[in-house]
Design a protein around this ligand. Structure first.
Ligand code: S3P
Length: 173
């Protein structure tokens, strides 16, 4: 038996299914579900596009950082992170110390299909969405790739992805 897996932390680019899969997993395991974006919105009393517009991205990254420190000190959660959590290596280090970190991935076309009709992501708000996804993904790819546990989600249902994460969790225990 290895060390106990306390939290499950889902990272990955926008539109890779972190929130949907996270909610499913939490239900299956009887753990608390925490959606970092939703919690930041609730605490700030405004949606993420307004936080970006009124306070700027660096302020949002600081909010994320503080929330990571808070959540990493707790147990029994499935945590869906915002896509930019990997930008600060301290975030991944804190989460790695507290649980199983899994990176979900998807091809740019799949991501586009999933986010095409949504308006709550300021980083994809203007211009050619597919090009933006490609550019941002290319820049961040090394950061996502550095996460030891990877689950590609193309062509998989949220249930399938949850199953794969459960298998990773069993192996890690
Ligand atoms: C971001 C991803 C978003 C949200 C914010 C910034 C990013 O979360 O935190 O818009 O930098 O990739 P989702 O990955 O849940 O869309």
């Amino acid at each position: 038996m290895g060390t106990e897996v306390k939290n499950i932390v889902l990272v990955g680019f926008m539109g890779t299914g972190k929130s949907r899969v996270g909610r499913l997993l939490a239900k299956r395991l009887g753990l608390d579900f925490v959606d970092m974006d939703a919690l930041i919105e609730e605490r700030q009393g405004k949606p993420i596009p307004r936080i970006f517009a009124e306070e700027g991205e660096p302020a949002f990254r600081r909010m994320e950082r503080e929330l990571v420190r808070e959540l990493a000190a707790r147990e029994g959660q499935v945590i869906a992170c915002g896509g930019g959590i990997v930008l600060n290596p301290d975030n991944l280090a804190d989460y790695a110390a507290t649980g199983l970190v899994v990176c979900l991935s998807a091809a740019p076309d799949t991501i586009l299909e999933r986010v095409a009709h949504e308006t709550h992501r300021p980083l994809l708000a203007e211009g050619d969405k597919l090009q933006k996804i490609r550019d941002l993904l290319a820049r961040r790819q090394p950061l996502y790739d550095a996460v030891p546990h990877q689950v590609p989600t193309d062509g998989l249902s949220a249930e399938d992805v949850a199953e794969r994460i459960l298998a990773l969790r069993r192996d890690a225990q």
